[in-house]
Design a protein around this ligand. Structure first.
Ligand code: UDP
Ligand code: MG
Length: 327
């Protein structure tokens, strides 16, 4: 892991989060190795480039496989998180770990869904002067209708409420230069939503397009509940628009209820009041619901602030396939 020689070509670290991926790793690791070898052969990157697997507290044989690959080929290295912390934190751990040893990183999932051939273009774009290159899915034919629908709604909602420009149909397949990573290291938030945060760092960026494939093996770890949680995190960790929306909504409801009160008083004065039970119940329910919703959203922000204030470590690396001194 000596990165002093061959300084004309960039050292690339491919960062790959892995959670219970024993089925897909034997297939995809070969492809990653072929890709790095071909990029080296084409003279686009240095031979000091590495494939860094981040084991995210897998319960299966994933970490043993990674250790075995690291013994077989110098291009493979791995770190292991002390427990499962989720995809975003796993990517962050890999990026922060690689930062000091490389010139560029590319983060990619290990299931083969993202086309690794887009890496050539990403590296070319870096050579042209871009510091961040987003991998964008040109179509989603291989996803089920449900996944496509939820994912598209996700981007739309983010766009409306997120308050930050999120690249449409871009997941976590992207090239980031060392320069950007060094700045990104100063973003200390614990509620991570990388897609929304990286654009905030700035620097020249561009996109490359690729077709998304089917998962090579194993199953998705992103069921609807996790997708919704990610969307909610995305919105509430990037913007306070939802709170503003509540203020607007609350004002509207207050105005409407004022009209209701006037109407009720006029009715009372005219002596035409009926039992009024139904309307009262409706109003109580409505305001009860609106209040709960508002409190819930405010509570979400209060909770997030609480977590941020504690500033717990965002990842804990328990093992490495190399010693730190070696690097
Ligand atoms: N992943 C992870 N930690 C988790 C869940 C997932 O590191 O808690 C990894 C997983 O191994 C994969 C990537 O994140 O490389 C994306 O997950 P997945 O393919 O299951 O999601 P999908 O592509 O279906 O959205
Ligand atoms: Mg996947």
């Amino acid at each position: 892991m000596d990165c002093k020689n061959d300084r004309t070509k960039p050292i690339l670290y491919i960062v790959i989060p892995c959670y219970n991926e024993e089925q897909v790793l034997p297939i995809s690791s070969k492809l990653f190795l072929e890709k790095i070898n071909s990029l080296v052969a084409l003279g686009k990157i240095s031979d000091e480039s590495r494939i860094m697997f981040v084991n995210d507290g897998s319960k299966d044989d994933t970490w043993n496989l990674i250790k075995q690959y690291a013994k077989e080929d110098k291009h493979f290295i791995g770190i292991s998180q002390s427990r499962n912390r989720g995809h975003q934190n796993a990517v962050l751990a890999g990026l922060m770990e690689s930062m000091d040893y490389c010139d560029i990183t590319i983060s990619i999932d290990c299931d083969g869904q993202d086309d690794i051939n887009a890496m050539d273009e990403m590296v070319d774009k870096y050579a042209e002067g871009y510091e961040v290159v987003y991998g964008v899915r040109s179509k989603r034919d291989t996803d089920t209708f449900f996944k496509r629908f939820t994912a598209e709604s996700f981007y739309k909602v983010l766009d409306k409420f997120g308050g930050v420009e999120v690249v449409y149909n871009h997941a976590d397949y992207r090239l980031i230069s060392k320069k950007v990573l060094k700045e990104f290291a100063n973003f200390h938030e614990v509620n991570l939503f990388l897609r929304g945060l990286i654009p905030l760092v700035g620097f020249p960026s561009t996109s490359v397009f690729y077709e998304r494939h089917e998962r090579m093996a194993g199953e998705s770890h992103y069921p609807l509940s996790k997708m919704l949680a990610l969307a909610f995190d995305g919105i509430t960790s990037l913007s306070i628009k939802p709170i503003r929306l509540i203020i607007g909504f609350g004002s509207l409801v207050t105005f409407m209820s004022l009209i209701g009160i006037i109407w009720a008083v006029i009715g009372f004065v005219n002596g035409s009041t009926v039992a009024g039970w139904a309307s009262m119940i409706c109003l109580i329910c409505f305001f009860g619901g609106a209040n709960m919703l508002a409190l819930g959203i405010i509570g979400e922000y209060v909770g997030k602030s609480y977590i941020e204030i504690k500033a717990r470590p965002r990842y804990i690396i328990s093992e490495r396939t190399y010693s730190l001194k070696e690097k």
